[in-house]
Design a protein around this ligand. Structure first.
Ligand code: PMV
Length: 361
């Protein structure tokens, strides 16, 4: 069993120079969804996602040797240049959980600056981009102080493992293209502990469009954490986990062969299954809104009328992710502007696409 606990990662504070590291890391959109977890952030089923490009978090971590000898973690946290106590408390508790992996965290003063490319109130989940950006920064600090992470693969695996501990879906954002998380016989090297890159996708999926149509900017009423927990008592859960494995098998086949229809059908079914599970939870809840359903109808009608392979997905929220190959962007965009944008809050949508993954900045 992989164990990153390492009591040797202790610095000599008297000679340590202050330093800083920074990463830009994107959000992701799962096609087969992770919904339901156990143990320490372990998934009940494997999932796979597109790593996005335009929706990202940038995080800068400045570190210096701590002046006091107390054992607490010293952290300042700024979000878009402003101190943010709620985020600081969250990050502090995350870092406290990592002190056996990174004992040096207790020896440093840390100042974290973070910001998103999308407005905080855009209704776009930022946990995948923010937790992956922070995990990458922590690995960069380790590598700077101890030169211990060797090659890129070791660095990425550890960053993915740490991102998972912050937010499950974040572990997939470490890789450009597609990231697969969860142990499955379908993919060699796959693990519940970290994601791996899925590099066998057909050319067409390497530049796929994923426009995020903002149905509502409001904060969601039920957190993902609470949603995962409700799966434990959901009577449909065992069938769901089995179904996710079957869909994964079909999806990997479609991704390899470039079968847009099978890909799109699975994407839509997975989105609706996720929301059906929420509605069938006890207590039941619903994150879709009237315009989510209106857009779904319009997307299906457009597909039937034009034959274009335009499909949708949903995250744990009301916003639509519009999925289509980039070679039809000039036909799809005018329709999005004329029809779907009008159903968005303040006509807002964020054009996005499958990206190259995180970047050190
Ligand atoms: O990573 P979490 O705990 O916020 O869970 C998010 C799960 C979904 O976004 C709904 C699906 C997924 O696989 O990303």
């Amino acid at each position: 069993m992989l164990d990153y606990k390492n009591p040797k990662l202790i610095v000599e504070t008297s000679t340590l120079e202050p330093g800083k590291v920074a990463w830009r890391s994107p959000s992701n959109l799962a096609i087969v969804k992770y919904w339901g977890k156990h143990g320490v952030q372990l998934p009940r089923n494997p999932s796979i996602s597109f790593t996005l490009q335009s929706a990202f978090t940038e995080t800068l971590v400045e570190y210096a040797p701590k002046k006091s000898t107390d054992q607490g973690i010293e952290l300042e946290f700024f979000f878009h240049q402003e101190p943010n106590e709620a985020f600081r408390a969250k990050i502090l508790s995350y870092l406290e959980g990592l002190t056996e992996i990174f004992p040096f965290l207790r020896q440093l003063e840390l100042r974290v600056h973070s910001g998103n490319s999308f407005p905080h109130s855009a209704g776009i989940a930022s946990s995948a981009s923010s937790m992956s950006a922070l995990a990458l920064c922590l690995c960069s600090i380790e590598d700077t102080l101890f030169d211990s992470l060797g090659d890129d693969a070791a660095f990425e695996q550890k960053a993915s493992y740490l991102a998972r501990l912050g937010s499950g879906s974040a572990c997939r954002s470490i890789y450009g293209g597609l990231g697969l998380w969860g142990e499955t016989a379908l993919q060699e090297g796959s693990s519940d502990l970290y994601a791996v890159p899925f590099q066998e996708a057909h050319e067409i999926f390497k530049s796929y469009q994923d426009d995020i149509l903002i149905v509502s900017r409001s904060e969601k009423p039920v957190s993902s954490r609470a949603g995962h927990a409700l799966m434990e008592e959901n009577p449909y859960a065992p069938a769901r986990y089995q179904q996710a494995n079957q869909r994964m098998q079909r999806l990997l086949g479609a991704l390899r062969s470039g079968d847009l229809e099978v890909f799109g059908q699975i994407a839509e079914n997975e989105a609706l299954t996720l929301h059906a599970l929420m509605m069938a939870s006890n207590p039941s809840y619903m994150l879709m809104q009237p315009n989510t359903l209106e857009m779904i109808q319009r997307i299906r009608a457009y597909r039937a009328d034009t034959g274009h392979p335009v499909y949708f997905s949903l995250d744990a929220g009301p916003n639509i992710h519009l999925l289509y190959p980039q070679d039809i962007i000039h036909e799809v965009r005018p329709w999005v502007d004329a029809e779907l944008a009008l159903l968005c809050e303040e006509n807002a949508y964020l054009p996005d696409f499958v990206g190259e993954g995180p970047e050190e900045i």
